[in-house]
Design a protein around this ligand. Sequence first.
Ligand SMILES: Nc1ncnc2c1ncn2[C@@H]1O[C@H](COP(=O)(O)OP(=O)(O)OP(=O)(O)O)[C@@H](O)[C@H]1O
Length: 257
Amino acid sequence: MTIDFAKEHPKPAAMNNAAVRCRNLTKEFRAGETIVRALRGVDVEIGYGEMTLLVGPSGCGKTTLISIIAGLLDPTDGEVEVLGENRRELTGTRLVKFRQKNIGFVFQQYNLLPALDVVENVSIPLIIGGVSRSEAKERATEVLKKVSLEDKIHSRVSQLSGGQQQRVAIARALVHDPRLMVCDEPTAALDAASGHKIMELLREVSIDKDRVVIVVTHDNRVFDFGDRVIEMADGVVENVKVNQPSQNKSASSTKEN
Ligand SMILES: Nc1ncnc2c1ncn2[C@@H]1O[C@H](COP(=O)(O)OP(=O)(O)OP(=O)(O)O)[C@@H](O)[C@H]1O
């Protein structure tokens, strides 16, 4: 059996300097006799220096798309170019090194290690990349200052609020200075004020001509933060909305969480 909801969708206009380009991207998962077409021909471009939101109903393929872009999943077919590299040519050790150098992934459930303190959690990507423990801790402390957690560096993650844990996860994704940050539902578990703070932080990260931030979200409270909002449905891109700069909200009135 094949689950498919084929529709015709126009190709978007080409961007001069895209950080991510997907052309006719497909992804199929096989579950026994059933093939699920999670992506059914995605055409999309994402620019540098922009915060891009990926929105759409549950099961429309958002996590699958960002997982392919971040090199965590292989596509079934189609073309993907990420930061100038053809994804097809990134395999094995090359792919692992590319990810370590260029990609920061923020998971919805944070995926922090409870046995380690905050600074140790944030140091992990550097230590895996071969940086000494002392230098890793120094650099992790610098990033934790940027996310306003310098007073929590020796706390256990279980002692932090949801918003603070999300900031630790963002610090961990940022610590190796990746050019591409991918965040899966970063505000889903947070109250409005904490969610605003997280989006403000991601916006600051995205304002860099060499950097890209992609945020998957269901959370319509944060839609105005995106420079570009890509709407997906049934495994394809349905619509791309470009927000005017004035529409991108400031969260100056946000409370401390
Ligand atoms: N490993 C897998 N094996 C089989 N089917 C999968 C797998 N991963 C995802 N799918 C299916 O692919 C489709 C797209 O899933 P995906 O997680 O990308 O959607 P999503 O838009 O991120 O959903 P949500 O917002 O609920 O996280 C769904 O039908 C899902 O059940």
